[in-house]
Ligand binder design. Structure first.
Ligand code: BGC
Length: 969
């Protein structure tokens, strides 16, 4: 019995979302099939208010269509505060009919026009000392009847809030209500608290801190950016079994007082006095000394149901060491530069004060280094209540750190026990979607660092860094990293929310602020403002999200029109302020902007955004726009060539970034293109395989080289270990991506304090190229969301012996995994149901290739194959495939620690070398015992009697044998 099913049902990207306000939510599913070449032929969706589907609200009937992503609900109008169950059935191209999927659901919250009963409440000014700004507590006691069927809280705060009911925390979400452009859009959250309520007396408690709303923000230490009073706004709806309801809302009957969080700021940290914990959300709590609150009109924009995934603790890590620094401080090492908070456990006398101060790195003397935090204290203070085992982690502040200085922990002079400390990693709870690995362990570490950089900086908004007095949604940084981000983690809800804020904050003239939410002045920089066009387009490509593209279209167009209006010549952008190639190594001394002229970069991005706009117009059927922006693009390219290319075809700027942009944005053609490609390659080679690019050039550098036929140069750049390079920081012990190529210099000293983040994701943008070009997992952009996949490994000469990447697409898992040994090339591919793929096998001949042990002609699921210039190109349907062919085209591997002995021995001359270095191994029974082991493992076998250094020497010698030189060419 073969198997076909619709699974992993999602609504607006989310699994069973509680509390959405979209009136036509879009449904998606994946198809699971145990047969190759599965395509959906038809589907049926049923929606009901009952999990039994006795009565149907919407039944599509059988719809003949391959669509399985983003199908909008088109049934009768949805009601508020209602759960809708749905299920899907599919038919495939093999005439199979699936059973109904497992039931999934979405639940509506309150629509935009809802008439809220809640009032904004805020304590009396006298309760709150406006200078010290502690978090305050709000509470309300209420009675409920028997037979509670369900209960939901809807609401939000200005400031950051935590909810409590009957002494328990509600939900595990942190930093609610998240960060949006509060004056334009404010998220409210929905919580299901049915199980936390009881008949009789209950109590509702809220803790509210400053947060992004009115706390200290930006390097200018601004306060009260959105307002100077915090306030809460909540409705609790309790439904009884008989259908009646009680509603409890924030109103002037609530009471307020200060609580144990005596100070809390995003950058500075938190002070918590556990002696002040009172159980304020318990029903029998005596609040007679509390004061009444006031109703207050608050300056809020549209209330919207939570759009992003919540921010949560996603992992708990243990410290790896505690030590005393040369200057005598006790420091804990988390082993990872992480973002979140320390939770500690302590038994201490009442009043004991414990102080933690967080930092990213140690200086060259081994002392903890706070300089790069600038004005962000990252300090947490706890005063013990002296009862039992206490445990604490800050509520409304997060830190970016690997090291923590501890002061005041009881008996710490006699040694700290690491068991009492854990690191809670906090970020937007996005679904991990990408994996990359290859034969170079340093590159694998780089990949890990890139992911950590993303986790640390995706805390509700995409930030530049998580530690210093910044942590802002810099548009340029987000744009630079977007492709890599969308490989590593699902970015749908995260960027939907952020792009809507970008649109909301865009200036009337189309200008785009530097940061979103726009809490610092300044707008309209090339490669920064282009986040407005690039990000919606990338989301469309990755997930096929046409609705978001349509929503953002005006914003995209306004940005292009903004650029068009700059200066005299509408086809060039050569006036005004720009950041340029930020932090590039060819920057003149004293400048952060690289040597590539800013107007060159600005015009190049103007062209890039115009092309995206033209393509978006085509996708959305805006034919007039498609035509006129197509024309505009042609004119910009012509003007670019006139302005920035000499008559004889040389770019006016001799930088790597200039060459990269000209190539990658298709700004040059014909002989100029050839020359530019050649010169880019020369620039790298002449610089001894080192890059000089900054934020703007780096994401495209390796793509431009691969595209121009210099893939091996690109791989050498990736594998470069000397400064500057991606692996330089890895070798210096980095566990995240640094802001500067030389955040820590070769002599161990630092780049200057004023701007030296060790957790800035921008240079992690290389990840996209690793997935697409090194592992070869790519898409056909004509059919977005990986409906049509392109698998095209680009072997890297002798440099890598395997690479594999996997991506959990909206259709399901895609994989491309290749390996090369001295005589065999293998490629393992996974293609999800309801997609097809083109697979390109380099250095192959049809007759030579097998799939699953069969000649291609006999392999199931392969639609076509053709051979041209030593390349076999196949089209296939879904399924897992295993291709193998002889490595006889002069494509050779380098011996590395991961080479297996058996492959080494496949070469005559290697036996003698092995015999010399490892006599025991080279003779039976050693040879038989060890043949499947790698060279690396040799050093771990006591019988082999080889040290790591000797293994290295062996590898080096193996790599000098004559035949290799011939084969590599
Ligand atoms: C941020 C960047 C940002 C830049 C703008 C810095 O302070 O950290 O990453 O893009 O300013 O030039």
């Amino acid at each position: 019995m073969t198997h076909l099913k619709a699974a992993s049902l999602t609504t607006e990207y989310r699994t069973n979302p509680l509390g959405i306000d979209c009136k036509k939510p879009r449904l998606s599913w994946k198809i699971i099939s145990d047969e190759r070449g599965t395509l959906q032929q038809s589907y049926q969706i049923q929606v009901s208010e009952h999990p039994t589907f006795d009565t149907l609200l919407w039944n599509t009937g059988i719809i003949h269509s391959q669509e399985s992503l983003h199908l909008p609900y088109e049934g009768p109008d949805l009601k508020e505060r209602t759960r809708y169950f749905y299920r899907v059935k599919v038919w495939d191209n093999k005439s199979r009919e699936s059973a109904w999927s497992e039931t999934a659901w979405w639940e509506t919250a309150l629509f935009a026009e809802y008439d809220w009963k809640a009032q904004w409440i805020t304590p009396d000014e006298e309760v709150i000392d406006r200078l010290s700004e502690p978090a305050f507590c709000l509470r309300k006691e209420f009675q409920l009847q028997n037979d509670i069927a369900s209960a939901r809280i809807y609401g939000t705060g200005l400031g950051l809030y935590e909810l409590y009911v009957n002494g328990e925390r509600v939900g595990d979400e942190l930093f609610a209500p998240g960060w949006t452009s509060y004056h334009k859009r404010l998220q409210y959250q929905t919580y299901d608290i049915t199980s936390q309520l009881q008949a009789g007396p209950n109590a509702f408690g809220i803790m509210l801190a400053d947060g992004w709303y009115k706390g200290n923000m930006t390097w200018e230490n601004k306060r009260h950016i959105y307002g100077d009073r915090r306030a809460a706004f909540f409705e609790l709806h309790v439904r009884y079994n008989d259908g009646t309801e009680d509603i409890i809302v924030t109103d002037p009957s609530w009471k307020a007082a200060l609580g144990p969080v005596v100070y809390s700021e995003i950058y500075q940290g938190e002070k918590y006095d556990a002696r002040l914990e009172e159980g304020f959300s318990l029903p029998d709590f005596d609040d007679s000394s509390w004061s009444l609150v006031q109703e207050q009109q608050m300056p809020v924009g549209q209330l919207i149901a939570q759009e992003n995934w919540p921010t949560k603790v996603t992992e708990v890590i243990k410290p790896i060491a505690v030590f005393t620094t040369p200057s005598g401080e006790t420091v804990i090492d988390m082993g990872q530069n992480m973002v979140g908070r320390i939770r500690f456990f302590v038994k201490a006398d009442k009043g004991t004060k414990i102080i933690l101060k967080h930092a990213e790195v140690l200086d060259k003397d081994g002392n903890i280094y706070f300089g790069n935090l600038r004005k962000a204290d990252q300090q947490v203070e706890y005063i013990a209540k002296g009862i039992g085992l206490e445990n604490y982690a800050p509520h409304f502040s997060f830190q970016g750190f690997r090291y923590v200085r501890v002061e005041g922990y009881p008996n710490q002079e006699n040694g700290l026990s690491l068991e009492h400390f854990v690191g809670e990693v906090i970020h937007t709870d996005m679904e991990p979607t990408g994996e990359f690995e290859c034969s170079n362990p340093l590159v694998n570490k780089l990949q890990e660092n890139i992911k950590w950089g993303q986790r640390g900086n995706f805390l509700d908004v995409p930030t530049d860094c998580p530690q210093r007095d910044e942590r802002l949604g810099w548009t340029g940084d987000a744009q630079v990293f977007i492709q890599t981000a969308l490989f590593n983690y699902h970015g749908g809800p995260f960027f939907t929310k952020w792009l809507r804020d970008l649109k909301a904050e865009q200036h009337p003239d189309g200008g785009v602020p530097f940061v979103i939410p726009a809490v610092v002045g300044g707008a309209n920089a090339a490669a920064w403002g282009d986040a407005a066009t690039i990000i919606p387009w990338e989301i469309y490509k990755a997930y096929g999200d046409k609705r978001l593209l349509a929503e953002q279209y005006d914003s995209m167009k306004a940005w292009v029109e903004y650029m068009r209006r700059q200066g005299e010549n509408e086809y060039l952008w050569i006036v005004g302020f720009n950041f340029g190639d930020w932090l590039a190594l060819d920057a003149p001394s004293g400048s952060y902007s690289g040597a590539t002229p800013k107007d060159f970069i600005a015009t190049a991005f103007y062209a890039h955004s115009t092309r995206i706009l033209r393509d978006a117009a085509k996708v959305l059927g805006k034919w007039e726009d498609a035509k006129s922006y197509g024309l505009l693009l042609e004119n910009i390219i012509e003007a670019f060539n006139h302005e920035f290319v000499s008559k004889s075809g040389r770019l006016v700027s001799p930088t790597q970034t200039a060459h990269v942009l000209a190539l990658i944005f298709d700004l040059v053609d014909g002989d100029v293109k050839k020359r530019t490609a050649h010169e880019l390659n020369e620039l790298i080679i002449n610089n001894n395989y080192h890059l000089t690019t900054g934020f703007v050039g780096t994401p495209y550098l390796c793509f431009a080289l691969s595209k121009a036929g210099h893939h091996e140069t690109a791989v050498k750049l990736l594998l470069q270990e000397g400064y500057p390079s991606w692996l330089y920081s890895v070798k210096k012990g980095a566990t995240t991506i640094w802001e500067h190529w030389d955040g820590i210099k070769e002599d161990g000293s630092f780049w200057s304090d004023d701007m030296n983040s060790f957790n800035h994701y921008a240079y992690g943008a290389i990840g996209d190229w690793m997935y697409r070009k090194v592992a070869g997992l790519d898409m056909d952009e004509e059919l977005p969301a990986y409906k049509r996949i392109r698998i095209q490994p680009a072997f890297a000469g002798i440099h890598l012996t395997y690479a594999k990447a996997a991506f959990e697409s909206m259709y399901g898992r895609i994989q491309s995994a290749w390996s090369i040994t001295a005589d065999k090339i293998e490629l393992k591919v996974e293609i999800p149901a309801n997609t097809t793929a083109e697979i390109v096998l380099p250095f192959a001949q049809t007759a030579n290739v097998s799939e699953g042990g069969n000649p291609l002609a006999q392999a199931n699921g392969i639609y076509t194959y053709k051979e041209k210039d030593d390349t076999v190109t196949l089209t296939v349907g879904s399924g897992s495939y295993h291709f193998q062919y002889d490595n006889k085209n002069g494509l050779m591997v380098e011996f590395t620690k991961n080479s297996r002995l058996i492959d080494v021995l496949a070469h005559q001359s290697s036996a003698a070398i092995l015999d010399k270095h490892a006599p025991w191994i080279a003779k039976p029974p050693g040879i038989f015992a060890m043949r499947t082991k790698t060279l690396q493992e040799l050093a771990e076998f006591p019988e082999a009697n080889l040290t790591k250094n000797q293994v290295d020497a062996l590898i080096e010698e193996l790599n000098t044998i004559e035949w290799k030189a011939e084969l590599v060419k």
